[in-house]
Ligand binder design. Structure first.
Ligand code: NAD
Ligand code: UDP
Length: 316
């Protein structure tokens, strides 16, 4: 098949590109390089089945494809809050453009939605039936509401134009190729530990997240795209829940770093708890993550250790 991946030069998109090429598909990677890097896909550029398109999803594009993974959108709070209007445009106009394309060429389309649609959840763990508790005007709203609107557009095109849609709600995912200065917690803690800098825990570190290793997520994305008669939304994430402080301790233990933990203010509207209920994904996609936090962190630490200036145990 010919597959379009928007945001294909980003963290998740580059791993997905690799996976689809390995399966024998043709991949068109579309990216404006806001948070993506050529480096993430440099090793794919010589593959005749891979094509790179510098383009912004807020502008329409016409390419003949069978499938579309719509991943274009900054995912780190630091990046999506940098230009909130642009984030909304990327989510909303991007989804409109990709749905218009899917309708026109008859492609199946998968939307990368997020656990953020649940906001600061009052139901725990979060099931797909839960409608969420999102602040429509807070600092995270450009992302949360943009993604909620994108979901709404997906279901509207499905109902109105019979577009073949798939919606996945991704929970915190980590692994190699995250940006060093991305601002997300796993990359921040690992980079800080490797540099021997203070580990910045926001709030008292008791807030929880559930961390999914990239390979598990890619398996879930592909399983969802390949599924029949199932639109979702479906949660994809690792249900093992950790406090941010437990994550800091794990990173310190696995890097052997002597960095100290310091506390900073908890950002506004930072969700206190997050854990996916993945029974729907298990039932419909026969999917569950297999990589434990320690194992995934070791691989991620290995990656960051190979980056310039982050040599192994720099902080010890
Ligand atoms: P990322 O920032 O590494 O990747 C996003 C990619 O989209 C980048 O390559 C960026 O340059 C590109 N992009 C951004 N705006 C664009 C635009 N207007 N036009 C074209 N390209 C654009 O983030 P990621 O972690 O790989 O996330 C990929 C998708 O998965 C995003 O839609 C994100 O919302 C979603 N998601 C990720 C997580 C996670 O934990 N990583 C969690 C929930 C949802
Ligand atoms: N966090 C932290 N220190 C950091 C970066 C993040 O304590 O240096 C916390 C953040 O406040 C949140 C959690 O880690 O509670 C996850 O943050 P991230 O930005 O990775 O993703 P989110 O799940 O909030 O979108």
């Amino acid at each position: 098949m010919r597959v379009l991946i928007t945001g294909g030069a980003g963290f998740i998109g580059s791993h997905l590109s690799e996976r689809l090429l390995n399966e024998g598909h043709e991949v068109i990677c579309l990216d404006n390089f806001f948070t993506g890097r050529k480096e993430n896909i440099a090793h794919l550029l010589t593959n005749p089945m891979f094509e790179l398109l510098r383009h912004d999803v807020i502008e329409p594009v016409l390419v003949e494809v069978d499938r579309i993974y719509n991943l274009a959108c900054p995912a780190s709070p630091v990046h999506y809050q940098h230009n909130p209007v642009k984030t909304i445009k990327t989510s909303v106009s991007g989804a409109l453009n990709m749905l218009g394309l899917a309708k026109r060429v008859g492609a199946r389309i998968l939307q990368a939605s997020t656990s953020e649609v649940y906001g600061n959840p009052l139901v725990h763990p979060q099931t797909e039936e839960y409608w969420g508790n999102a602040n429509p005007i807070g600092p995270r709203s450009c992302y949360d509401e943009g993604k909620r609107c994108a979901e709404s557009l997906m279901f509207a095109y499905h109902a109105q134009n019979a577009v073949d849609i798939k919606v996945v709600r991704i929970f915190n995912t980590y692994g190699p190729r995250m940006l060093e200065h991305d601002g997300r917690v796993v990359s921040n803690f690992i980079v800080q530990a490797l540099k021997g800098e203070d580990i910045t825990v926001y709030g008292d570190g008791s807030q929880t997240r559930s961390f999914c290793y990239i390979d598990d997520l890619v398996n879930g994305l592909v399983a969802m795209m390949d599924s029949e008669d199932f639109t979702g939304p479906v949660n994809l994430g690792n249900p093992n829940e950790f406090t941010v402080m437990q994550l800091a301790e794990a990173v310190l233990r696995l890097t052997g770093s002597s960095s100290k933990v310091i506390y900073k203010n908890l950002p506004q509207d930072d969700p206190l708890q997050r854990q996916p209920d993945i029974s729907l994904a298990a039932k419909k996609l026969n999917w569950a993550p297999t990589i434990e936090l320690d194992e995934g962190l070791v691989k991620t630490i290995e990656y960051f250790s190979s980056r310039p200036g982050l040599g192994s145990k720099a902080g010890t």
